[in-house]
Design a binder for this molecule. Structure first.
Ligand SMILES: [Zn+2]
Length: 273
């Protein structure tokens, strides 16, 4: 019996070194407002990283951080793709995304067709558009899926907060799986009414999300808490779009959220060795 146990103990001890790759934990870094970077050491993606306006209410990306990001200085040197949720100016900068794409010739952009139309008006017929994927989903359209290198990408259009106001704004919810199998979801400025999510139940159920990044109002408004706990099939949620002046009701929920640019979180793979 003792020998039996020690055999398994030895296996457990050995198993980390059996892995072919050194284990790099997946890390999310907060840039500002809804801007985040998620990297597993092999693949690196950015969501809503460049935007011109915080309306005096939301965190801007600090100047030094934005400069390093634009120039591709570590830890922003190996970006594979940028995802844009919608074309509002606290999420998307036409000029900066164009400039970034011209400078970083390996980077792909996935964005609502509305945002890409604006980029085309600005940049004309530029070679960068070979690396831009414009998503023209309508509300209640079936989700789309893409493969890009080691990334698996699913996207669905969910109305902007304030529904039925702003119904014309194409807000995209991106679900991205990195090369290590970690899946994250960025919700943009999604509205927290379950009527938008229920029709896509298959989409949420077909893949478990490790961490979702909802706007902070999901923790305190409408069906938000229930959407996070049961609908989206996510293990964890970390709030974004948190105003500089921290809302007391958000604080009282005890929810996890990003508030200070540069903050990080590790995402652990459930069931990993
Ligand atoms: Zn918005």
């Amino acid at each position: 019996m003792l020998r039996f146990l020690s055999f398994f103990s030895a296996l457990v001890l050995l198993s980390p070194s059996v892995s072919a790759h050194p284990v790099t934990p997946t890390q999310t870094t907060y840039l500002g407002n809804e801007g985040i970077m998620v990297s597993d050491g092999h693949t690196t993606v950015l969501f809503d990283p460049l935007y011109p306006n915080g309306f005096g209410t939301y965190q801007m990306v600090p100047d030094v951080m934005r400069q390093h990001l634009m120039e591709g200085i570590a830890p922003y040197e190996n970006v594979d793709a940028i995802f844009i949720s919608h074309m509002h100016p606290d999420h998307f900068s036409i000029g900066e995304v164009i400039a970034y794409m011209r400078r970083h010739e390996q980077v792909r952009v996935f964005a609502p067709a509305q945002a890409v139309d604006w980029m085309r008006q600005e940049a004309g017929d530029d070679a960068i558009f070979d690396r831009v994927t414009a998503v023209g989903l309508e509300r209640l359209d079936a989700p789309l899926s893409f493969r890009e290198g080691d990334l698996t990408i699913d996207v669905v259009r969910i109305p902007h907060a304030g529904w039925p106001g702003r119904a014309e704004v194409s807000n995209l919810v991106w679900r991205v799986t990195l090369s290590d199998g970690i899946t994250v979801m960025h919700l943009g400025d999604a509205d927290p009414r379950d009527e938008h999510y229920a029709p896509h139940d298959d989409h949420w159920m077909v893949k478990r999300t490790d961490t979702a990044y909802p706007p902070y109002w999901f923790f305190t408004m409408g069906d938000g808490p229930q959407i996070l706990s049961t609908r989206l099939n996510t293990l964890k949620a970390t709030g974004i779009h948190v105003p500089i002046e921290l809302p007391v009701d958000l604080f009282l929920t005890g929810a996890d959220f990003f508030h200070v640019p540069g903050e990080t979180r590790l995402i652990e793979k459930v069931g990993a060795e």
